[in-house]
Design a protein around this ligand. Structure first.
Ligand code: PGA
Length: 257
């Protein structure tokens, strides 16, 4: 068994995924302003908020250096006959830096591994950071779910150079833990960190695999963040529900400092 040292990045990444919230620009601006107030300018964490597309231009005006802007999806085409879509160039124009792709809620609507891979390439071309979600629907006692993770990693990395891979953030988000209040334990997260690094080591080499930032998502809140961060071996969080409450989100950020 390969031994991996603690490969945590020096600074944690905490990204809030607002999903289809809040209801209008005014509420979005209020929540963003509350976050700015609650998160100290001296924080060592990289903090990102991914609001719905429509709020991005307005929030970009008030984006503080302490909170970076993210988006929840992107299309792999930059322009053309793709009704209803948003391209990487458009996001870059508004100052977006991080973009979630392959979230399980989008995969449930039909997003495929191949599309995820194309989106990653489109984002990297624009120097945006892809935050790629992977995760199993359920855990079985024989550990078959690890095969699913390995297959997602293989598809994600198809055609990516080592240098490109190192620019990707991988978010391990077990579907059973998203929005359910059920969180993976720190041991589950640690085990998955080791598995992802060893899978990427087989696909590339160890020194490349070790540089990829891994984060955890799935019912992260103030009460479990510290434990998972300190013992789970991953370098940050993707936060859904708790990112809509400024005090909770700020407490999660504090837990990773
Ligand atoms: P949750 O969502 O924190 O509400 O579980 C996480 C996510 O879907 O990214």
């Amino acid at each position: 068994m390969l031994q991996f040292p603690d490969m945590k990045h020096a600074h944690a990444l905490v990204m809030g995924n607002w999903k289809l919230n809040p209801g209008n620009t005014l509420e979005a601006k209020t929540l963003f302003a509350e976050l700015k107030k609650k998160i100290p300018k001296t924080t060592t964490a990289k903090v990102v908020v991914a609001p719905p597309f429509l709020f991005i231009p307005e929030l970009a005006k008030g984006a503080a250096s302490v909170i970076k802007l993210g988006a929840q999806d992107v299309h792999y085409e930059e322009r053309g006959a793709v009704t209803g879509e948003i391209g990487a160039g458009m996001l870059a124009f508004f100052g977006v830096e991080y973009v979630i792709v392959g979230h399980s809620e989008r995969r449930a609507l039909g997003e495929t591994d191949t599309q995820v891979n194309k989106k990653v390439q489109a984002l990297l071309k624009r120097k945006l950071t892809p935050v790629v979600c992977i995760g199993e629907r359920l855990r079985d006692s024989q550990g078959q779910f690890f095969n699913h993770i390995a297959a997602q990693l293989k598809a994600l990395t198809e055609g990516l150079t080592p240098l490109q891979l190192q620019k990707v953030v991988i978010a391990y988000e077990p579907i059973w833990a998203i929005g359910t209040g059920e969180t993976a334990t720190a041991e589950n997260v640690k085990e998955m960190q080791l598995f992802i690094v060893s899978t990427l080591t087989k696909l590339y080499e160890r020194k490349v695999a070790e540089k990829v930032r891994l984060i955890y998502g799935g019912s992260v809140k103030e009460s479990n963040a510290k434990d998972i961060y300190e013992q789970g071996g991953m370098s940050g969080f993707l936060v859904g529900g708790a990112s809509l409450e400024a005090a909770q989100f700020a407490a999660i950020i504090k837990a990773v400092e």
